[in-house]
Design a protein around this ligand. Structure first.
Ligand code: PMP
Length: 362
């Protein structure tokens, strides 16, 4: 399972959402429960909304100083020099640039399996070999196998907490990986879901000049997925290399989104409050599902994998007919669905729709 793969069109297509119900190409019905994309049902905070609207009259300008302020604020809050942070219109844009910057046909990508698939999809488009390394039985990244996967590796992607499992890899494992990886490799730690977990960030390793890049987004805990703001922290030489491959029409970010991101960072209660709400609802639902006899991953994120004991796709279709839209399965785990944590009332609709789908009621 750990060998080198060049992915087939079919596998890439499968990874990229098998049907309309998962991809959201159709507008959802008004009563839809959307627990398919790991978004935050709470949306942007009140302060973030206010800040975005207040900036509307100035949105005829590019406002680069405001964007620089966001990068500086992020850097100072994490004790990093200002030139170690760049902001991007969504961390996905940065992830594509990172994959292009550090991989090539002779510099493979190493990823965990299952994990977030955007880097390997990007690799697939550019003839980059990919080494998929199964998660360990405790769902952490198998850092020993990842370090050994390719002596000429260009990029080793660590998603912490991991999407789709919500599980964490320890800081000591990430440090071990940095100390034992091939010389050629950069370690990319995607901390999209870090705020929901008890896992420590590795942002401090960036300041130490290590071969590490840390990725953050405002799409998850901050509830700003549709606003498109992400941040990359790395040594200036690495940042310059990534910037050179930046696509998407220049370096400007949406000004209202930047204002909302600044307001989010300036609210010290936002992370602990939302972390607690998410953990409470997540753990109640995992406990209920386990009591009903279904295995779930021990998540510290805002999603978890649920073993429905038959093709996940069929169960998801049944639930979609009840307007409950759950996430998809991964090729390695066809019987498991990814469930995002919604509000308490959304999750009660989820439990009802799941029970009915499993009982075969239509
Ligand atoms: N990284 C991970 C692990 C994700 O799950 C996602 C979104 N699903 C992203 C990056 C990209 O998020 P965005 O482009 O909204 O910042």
């Amino acid at each position: 399972a750990m060998g080198m793969d060049l992915f087939s069109e079919r596998e890439l297509a499968m990874a990229a959402m098998p049907t309309e119900i998962f991809s959201g190409t159709a507008m959802p019905p008004a009563d839809a429960v959307l627990i398919n994309f790991n978004e935050n049902p709470l949306g942007p905070s009140a302060a973030a909304r206010k800040a975005a609207i207040a900036l509307l009259p100035q949105s005829g300008r590019y406002l680069f100083p405001q964007q620089l302020h966001l990068a500086e604020l992020f850097a100072s809050q994490h004790h990093l020099p200002a030139d170690h942070v760049e902001v991007y219109p969504g961390s996905g844009v940065a992830l594509d640039a990172l994959t292009l910057a550090f991989t090539s046909p002779s510099a493979p990508l190493v990823v965990a399996d299952p994990s977030y698939e955007q880097p390997f999809q990007m690799a697939g488009k550019h003839q980059v070999p990919v080494h998929k390394v199964p998660l360990r039985p405790d769902f952490s990244h198998d850092v020993k196998a990842m370090a050994a996967a390719a002596p000429n590796a260009g990029l080793i992607y660590v998603c912490n907490p991991n999407n789709p499992t919500g599980t964490v890899t320890s800081r000591s494992d990430i440090e071990w990986l940095l100390a034992n990886k091939p010389k050629s490799a950069i370690v990319l730690v995607d901390e999209a879901y870090i705020h929901f977990s008890d896992a420590p960030s590795v942002l401090d390793l960036v300041a130490q000049g290590k071969d590490v890049v840390v990725l953050r987004t405002f799409s998850k805990l901050y509830g700003m997925a549709g606003m498109r703001v992400g941040a990359v922290a790395a040594r200036p030489d690495l940042l310059a290399h990534i910037q050179a491959l930046r696509t998407g029409g220049g370096a400007a970010l949406p000004v209202m989104s930047v204002a909302a991101a600044i307001a989010s960072l300036n609210d010290p209660r936002l992370v602990p409050t939302r972390k607690k709400i998410n953990a409470t609802i997540r753990d109640e639902n995992i406990a209920w599902l386990r009591k009903e006899g279904y295995a779930c991953t021990p998540s510290q994120g805002n999603c978890f994998m649920l073993d429905v004991k038959r093709p996940g796709h069929e169960v998801a279709m049944q639930m979609a007919s009840r307007h409950v839209f759950v996430g998809r399965s991964w090729p390695i785990w066809p019987n498991q669905l990814r469930i995002s944590v919604g509000t308490a009332s959304e999750m009660s609709r989820f439990r009802k729709a799941f029970s009915e789908a499993m009982a075969g009621k239509l």
